[in-house]
Design a protein around this ligand. Structure first.
Ligand SMILES: NC(=O)c1ccc[n+]([C@@H]2O[C@H](COP(=O)([O-])OP(=O)(O)OC[C@H]3O[C@@H](n4cnc5c(N)ncnc54)[C@H](O)[C@@H]3O)[C@@H](O)[C@H]2O)c1
Length: 484
């Protein structure tokens, strides 16, 4: 079999960019991305794509209508395909057994059942969604229990490692592509087919093949390790604030060790996104189910540290603003969970804002890419507040950061957007209430320059010494005592 037609079920942050890049790099293959959401498909077929990723629009525009198609015709796409990617969401369960921890596999199961129902001929089914170990086994079970004569399936695991904000770059130049398959002649053949697709642009030495279970677990383990690094440096940031050390300096010194490396050692207000928290909780749950409580506790601590960091930052804002933010206006810069994406899932901004709203702060929120409706939805959802009307009264969403800071007591930076670095903070200061504060939760601003122009500046993992303040601020040196 030579793969000529690919179907991808799930046109989200993974399915959309992954299949756009496959279509771009494999002009000999027809790629059909399908989704149950009519709105999402409409957006993929429009001028304004449903997700923002640098470089994605150009790829889609080049391939759409040529060998890349988006539709809601799931059955037709399955029938026509030789290979089917399952790229649907696998969120944390919000009900029943494993609530709040286990991955909810209902969408995966629905896909498997739909494939079994309508497929004709032989198909390779590729699990691209992040799933618990041995999920492929369940998919195989469902498929084989419902297989009709003349139909056969091979199930592969091919987890996606792209990071939002750099998805196209990551897909074009992956560190590795991981393919897990069944150890059999048919399994090897299916792995070879998927390898052939990636070989259109990915060198063979970057394509790793493993057993299905190793592949599934490697994805969870990778996210757990990445999240662990963020929590580790964030734990050190708390020590820095308590001792006077500077976490940036510590991170450089630690990262110079080639056994450790320098990436993912940036202290911040915490990690976010749809994956880290969910995959960590899933790993913890799996360990508990396998009666490995020590393993579960170890990884649980990584997510607990993340929660601690967000809460610590919110508390510090309140403390610095003379222990009350009630009726004070805070300009929030950034709501996406990281720069270069409009995705707000598990964004630290949601948690920090909700703490501040609990304290009755008024929030003027600005983000370059997140839609106003999304911010309102996130802050008024039942998981965040029991009083959505009150929250609605306390928040204002702005499309101009200079408007957002008018009469504000403080600026709170919660996403590391590049544009925040080059704002005219002198101009902003002139329209803010005094003393004006800035809380840099991403460590991206020039703190000494801000102190110099008169901002009371706070950041993660660093306490400005009296000497720094005197040197930088001259006449503006604060006359009140700092509560660090
Ligand atoms: N977002 C990331 O950065 C990222 C990175 C690597 C892996 N992953 C994993 O990839 C998977 C997908 O993540 P995502 O961020 O793309 O999710 P998403 O929510 O953006 O997209 C999932 C899409 O699947 C669709 N869908 C759900 N059930 C369906 C069904 N039965 N039939 C048709 N369509 C259906 C939804 O409508 C949605 O559009 C998850 O398992 C996630 O953990 C995500």
């Amino acid at each position: 079999m030579v793969v000529k037609n690919i179907c991808c079920i799930g046109a989200g942050y993974v399915g959309g960019p992954t299949c756009s890049v496959i279509a771009w790099k494999c002009p000999d293959i027809r790629v059909h991305v399908v989704d149950k959401s009519e709105l999402r498909i409409k957006q993929w077929n429009s001028e304004k794509l449903p997700i923002y990723e640098p470089g994605l629009e150009d790829v889609v525009k080049e391939c759409r209508g040529r060998n890349l198609f988006f539709s809601n015709d799931i059955e037709m796409a399955i029938k026509e395909a030789d290979l089917i990617f399952i790229s649907v969401n696998t969120p944390t369960k919000t009900y029943g057994i494993g609530k709040g921890r286990a991955a909810d596999l209902k969408h995966i199961e629905m896909c498997a059942r739909k494939i079994a129902e309508v497929a004709e001929g032989n198909k390779i089914v590729v699990e691209k969604s992040t799933v618990p170990v041995r999920a492929a086994e369940s998919i195989t079970h469902i498929l084989s229990a419902n297989t009709r004569p003349g139909v056969s399936f091979q199930v592969l695991s091919n987890p996606e490692f792209l990071a939002e904000g750099t998805a196209v770059e990551n897909l074009l130049h992956p560190d590795r592509v991981l393919i897990g398959g069944e150890e059999s002649v048919e399994g090897d053949e299916a792995v070879a087919q998927l390898t052939w697709i990636y070989n259109h642009w990915v060198p063979t030495e970057k394509i790793i093949t493993t057993s299905t279970w190793s592949s599934e677990l490697s994805k969870l383990a990778s996210n757990a390790f990445l999240a662990q690094r963020v929590s580790s440096i964030n734990a050190i940031s708390a020590l820095c604030e308590a001792t006077g050390a500077d976490v940036s300096q510590v991170a450089v010194a630690v990262g110079k060790d080639s056994r450790i490396g320098s990436k993912f050692l940036q202290a911040s207000v915490g990690f976010g996104g749809s994956c880290f928290q969910k995959d960590l909780l899933n790993l913890v749950y799996i360990a508990e189910c396998l009666n490995l409580p020590e393993v579960a506790m170890y990884w649980q601590q990584v997510t607990d540290m993340n929660e601690y960091q967000r809460t610590r930052f919110a508390k510090r804002i309140v403390e610095c603003l003379f222990n009350t933010v009630t009726d004070k206006t805070l300009a929030v810069f950034g709501f996406a969970f990281k720069k270069n994406t409009g995705d707000t899932r598990e964004s630290p901004a949601i948690y920090v804002c909700s703490h501040l709203l609990e304290e009755s702060a008024r929030l003027n929120i600005y983000d370059p890419k997140v839609e106003c409706k999304q911010i309102e939805h996130d802050l008024t959802s039942a998981a965040v507040t029991s009083d959505p009307e009150r929250v609605q009264q306390l928040i204002n969403i702005y499309s101009d950061p200079y408007e957002a800071v008018k009469d504000a007591h403080a600026i709170v930076v919660l996403t590391e957007w590049d544009e925040f670095i080059s704002y005219d903070y002198r101009k902003m200061l002139s329209v803010m209430k005094k003393p004006a504060f800035i809380f840099d939760g991403r460590k991206i601003l020039d703190h000494e320059a801000l102190i110099k122009i008169g901002f009371h500046t706070e950041t993660i993992g660093k306490r400005f010494s009296r000497n720094t303040l005197l040197r930088a601020s001259g006449d503006h040196f604060p006359s009140f005592s700092w509560t660090l």
